[in-house]
Design a protein around this ligand. Structure first.
Ligand code: SAM
Length: 229
């Protein structure tokens, strides 16, 4: 197997050494193979809701000679996985709303020992708002660029507490756009979407203004692009 791309590498870097992994929506099973082969994870469940991606995953696992460490399993979210099988759960490459739904439907979603490593392809702000409103804390968040697209990865854990949050938190999370250029690139994409949503919607206009002020980004109304102030 080739090395995983930057997006899956960033997900992998959030997994605890020694953690048993569940990779939900595994498709090719690249992540479990990488983590088991590199000695980070002693075991993994590579799960997918669809038989065809799961078959692809099983082929990757067999080709890597890791059938004794990695189990492939047909599962809608974590429905077919029990709490004592995994410590760190990765849900990558899906929309933010679907990821929130998968966590919400999990029987052990309130287990405080679990680490949730989440890589939303869209609607990261919806996922972050859901996590905060449902008792999860974001322990870490980072961004990367792969194939010229910017992605974020979120590490969350359940605490049972939902302290009041700033309106910008779903967009900024634990990112530091003033200190990190990749974080800035990710937040700028939020700003550009908000500016489009703001046409005819004052709520989004206010959010875009606040995000622009917070990040020091200048938005060009004519080109629809943002620049650093
Ligand atoms: C775009 S692929 C992402 C593959 C890999 N996780 C990655 O990030 O590169 C999304 C995968 O999620 C699977 N999937 C979608 N909904 C799911 C669900 N509710 N439970 C498990 N897998 C799901 C799809 O079948 C597909 O294989």
């Amino acid at each position: 197997m080739n090395h995983p791309d930057n997006r899956l590498r960033l997900c992998a870097s959030f997994v605890r050494r020694g953690a048993r992994l569940a990779d939900i929506g595994t498709d090719h099973a690249y992540l479990p193979v990488w983590l088991c082969r590199s000695g980070i994870c002693p075991s993994a469940i590579a799960a997918d809701i669809n038989p065809e991606p799961l078959r692809r995953g099983a082929m990757t696992v067999a080709a890597a000679g890791l059938c004794d460490m990695i189990t492939t399993r047909l599962s809608n979210g974590l429905q077919a996985i029990s709490a004592d099988e995994a410590d760190d759960i990765v849900i990558a490459g899906m929309g933010g709303e679907l990821i929130a739904g998968i966590i919400s439907d999990c029987a052990f979603s309130h287990d405080r020992t679990k680490h949730w490593i989440l890589q939303p392809m869209t609607k990261s702000e919806t996922l972050i708002a859901w996590l905060c409103d449902n008792g999860y804390v974001i322990l870490r968040q980072d961004c990367c660029v792969a194939a010229n697209k910017c992605y974020t990865v979120i590490l969350a854990a359940y605490t049972g507490e939902s302290p009041p949050r700033d309106t910008l938190y779903p967009y900024l999370g634990e990112l530091c756009p003033r200190e990190n250029n990749t974080h800035l690139r990710f937040v700028r994409a939020h700003l550009e979407r908000l500016r489009k949503q703001a046409i005819g919607n004052p709520r989004f206009a206010a959010l875009a203004d606040a995000l622009q002020k917070e990040t020091g980004v200048l938005y060009d109304n004519h080109t629809g692009h943002s620049e650093l102030l």
